[in-house]
Design a protein around this ligand. Structure first.
Ligand SMILES: Nc1nc2c(ncn2[C@@H]2O[C@H](COP(=O)(O)OP(=O)(O)O)[C@@H](O)[C@H]2O)c(=O)[nH]1
Ligand SMILES: [Mg+2]
Length: 338
């Protein structure tokens, strides 16, 4: 049985259990809820993608060169990178030949299997945040304006708070008007601590906020920043300075630096990721607004072109709609009716 049948089985079984009121554990319940979020959030992508692929299966009675050409086009328009698509089609052709595949139903399985392999490849990318118990952990959020940094901070902070962590938000976006207030309002709403003032040097604000967080034994500090990519040299210097300040206060703690990108910006988001990767050590990606795009294939392009693990995905605007990235649920959500 292929990978896709396997995950379909797992998720269907969980749902059946719930429908038949068979007792399920808290973890199983959360799994179902998260899977449903992927299914709902990826509906635009799925409609686009799966419909087109299914039409291919009707249009071609034989797997021909024209079939592969059209398949390539569909995958490229879903924002999976060109090279990834080329490699993928090569592998698919090889398997079709070796396994003498003629049946489209079986080919579907192979397509999903191979797409999964693009992401997983030969390494396991962990979507877990790198947090150490008993220490004050720092998560720095970077990314250009409007991608969803501040809202992602609030959503992640809310989750950490629910997990029982002592959480502080620091307003390191001293550039945009209203950014400090926006963050402090979120802090109030989700009931976590806030540090921010009207100084213009983000590193000075971060220094004082972190000093306080360390003294008062906070578990996690989430730092908002301004993303001015148009001036790469300045941004690099600013990020270097922030990292220096953090290292000075917490010398042996790893710093999580999460780059936030907006899935609906497609290839533009990918080039932002490449630029940020050049100027600072990005440890994970938060991919927002997947619910608003039909080009959900961008996750696979990120893997190929940026090779930084996606740690969270935004599948809606609600506080609970930003969830840890899970490749199996993602693939399931993307291909549910395929
Ligand atoms: N639909 C949707 N909207 C989002 C998501 N994440 C953020 N947004 C919206 O994007 C807008 C910009 O977010 P903001 O956090 O202020 O961006 P920042 O400039 O990077 O801090 C806000 O209106 C958010 O509600 C998401 O995953 N899905
Ligand atoms: Mg902001």
């Amino acid at each position: 049985m292929g990978f896709f049948s396997k995950i379909k089985n797992i998720f269907n079984k969980q749902e059946e259990k719930q429908e038949q009121n068979i007792e399920i554990t808290k973890e199983e319940k959360q799994e179902i809820e998260e899977t449903n979020k992927y299914v709902e959030g990826l509906s635009k992508s799925r409609d686009n993608f799966v419909n087109k692929l299914s039409i291919l299966g009707i249009k071609y009675t034989k797997i021909s060169d024209e079939f592969y050409d059209e398949l390539e086009e569909i995958l490229i328009t879903a924002d999976i990178g060109v090279n990834t698509v080329m490699d993928f089609v090569d592998r698919l052709k090889k398997r079709v030949k070796e396994e003498h595949i003629e049946d489209f139903e079986y080919l579907k399985e192979v397509i999903v299997d191979e797409l999964f392999m693009i992401y997983v490849g030969d390494q396991i990318l962990s979507s877990k945040l790198n947090l150490i118990d008993g220490k004050t952990n720092v998560i720095l959020f970077v990314g250009v304006n409007g991608v969803g940094k501040t809202t992602s901070i609030a959503k992640i902070a809310n989750k950490l708070k629910q997990d029982g962590k002592k959480v502080m938000l620091i307003a390191g976006d001293t550039f945009r008007a209203g950014a400090v207030t926006q963050l402090s309002e979120w802090a109030k709403k989700i009931n976590v601590s806030f540090y921010g003032d009207d100084r213009t040097d983000p590193s000075a604000v971060i220094y004082d906020g972190l000093t306080k967080a360390k003294e008062e034994n906070y578990d996690v500090v989430l730092v908002d920043t301004a993303g001015r990519l148009q001036n790469k040299v300045n941004l690099m210097k600013e990020l270097e300075k922030m990292n220096r300040v953090i290292n000075e206060i917490m010398p042996d703690n790893p710093i999580e630096t999460l780059l936030v990108i907006d899935a609906s910006t497609g290839q533009n988001g990918i080039s932002q990721a490449k630029s940020f990767k050049e100027i600072t050590n990005i440890t994970g990606i938060v991919l927002t607004k997947l619910d608003g795009t039909a080009k959900g294939g961008i996750v696979l392009a990120i893997k190929e072109l940026v090779d930084i693990p996606v740690k969270f995905v935004g599948l809606g605007e609600k506080e609970t709609d930003l969830i840890p990235f899970d490749i199996e649920k993602y693939i399931y959500g993307l291909f549910k009716e395929f």
